[in-house]
Ligand binder design. Structure first.
Ligand SMILES: NC(=O)c1ccc[n+]([C@@H]2O[C@H](COP(=O)([O-])OP(=O)(O)OC[C@H]3O[C@@H](n4cnc5c(N)ncnc54)[C@H](OP(=O)(O)O)[C@@H]3O)[C@@H](O)[C@H]2O)c1
Length: 276
């Protein structure tokens, strides 16, 4: 049974490859734009292609039974039609609720007639990367509301859930809203990062404009959208904590403190600038 991972060097796709290997899966095909640079683990079959360029996918789908579908709303209709024509049976997609931006992906996958598992994460722990530049440069984080909170999940856990769904039929027809194990305010997230880094980082309550300025290096033109649509009213768009990942994985989901202990120095530390 060949399992195809698309966007295989992407943030989540790369971890899906590792999680499948950890489950003892040997027939993994990894789709990536540049196989020579992909540096995927030995034993993984690497093929060239990209879900935003469907004409690159025909060979990649040959003999595939299940696939992890990286999110690409613009081309998803064509991608799932090609997958179906090639005999793919089950798609595990990173997507969102039907009426959301990422819902385009869920809707297309369901309309394809293939069986599916949807992964609908809320906030990602990795989204704190938008603070990396200002933490390194100023030792502060500027945002309007230190008490706004979210329930972020680690990409490691999303990938582990994807691997669980890709290795059996137990999760077919399920849409999983995925959260981390706790709700944390922006100030709490920052305090836990500071603790993992062993340094002081001040949360500075800032205006909309100051916040956009502070985020522009990391986010470019999307900083204003992010402040207006995510940070403003964050509690209202945040999923309540659930235990879906824990129940699927049979172990606790990663806490933000654990995530920070593992990743904070690589993302926010003094030598991490080139990774922004
Ligand atoms: N509910 C939600 O919040 C939700 C739902 C769905 C998606 N999302 C979004 O999906 C993202 C998932 O992250 P991800 O890194 O795993 O997936 P991604 O950003 O969609 O995929 C990135 C991968 O696609 C490939 N790629 C090829 N050409 C590219 C190009 N021109 N531009 C960008 N990527 C290219 C690269 O992998 P290869 O080189 O291996 O081809 C790259 O590493 C999150 O950051 C999030 O914003 C969010």
């Amino acid at each position: 049974m060949t399992i195809l991972v698309t966007g295989a060097t992407g943030n989540i796709g790369r971890k899906v490859v590792d999680e499948l290997l950890a489950r003892g899966i040997t027939d993994i095909r990894a789709l990536t734009v540049d196989p020579a640079r992909a540096a995927l683990p030995a034993g993984v079959a690497v093929v060239r292609g990209y879900v935003r360029k469907p004409d690159t996918l025909r060979a990649a789908f040959d003999g595939v039974e299940r696939m992890y579908l990286a999110p690409a709303p613009d081309t998803v209709d064509e991608v799932v039609a090609l997958a179906r024509a090639a005999g793919v049976r089950h798609i595990v997609d990173l997507s969102g609720e039907p009426d959301s931006w990422w819902g385009t992906v869920s809707n297309a996958v369901e309309a394809s007639g293939l069986v599916w598992t949807h992964l609908w994460p809320g906030d990602f722990m990795e989204n704190t990367r938008i603070w990396a530049h200002q933490i390194r440069e100023t030792g502060t984080v500027r945002e309007p509301d230190p008490d706004a909170g979210s329930t972020p999940i680690a990409m490691d856990d999303i990938a582990a859930v994807a691997a669980a769904a890709l290795t059996g039929d137990d999760h077919i027809g399920r849409a999983y809203s995925l959260t981390g194990p706790e709700k944390l305010t922006r100030a709490q997230l920052l305090a836990q990062l500071a603790s993992a880094l062993g340094r002081e980082i001040e949360f500075v309550r800032a205006t909309r404009e100051e916040t956009i300025r502070a985020l522009t290096t990391a986010m470019g033109d999307t900083a204003a959208w992010y402040v207006d649509n995510v940070l403003t009213g964050l509690d209202g768009i945040t999923l309540p904590v659930n235990r879906v990942a824990e129940e699927i994985l049979g172990r606790p989901a990663m806490t933000f403190a654990e995530w920070a202990a593992r990743y904070a120095s690589g993302i926010f530390g003094p030598d991490s600038g080139q990774r922004d």
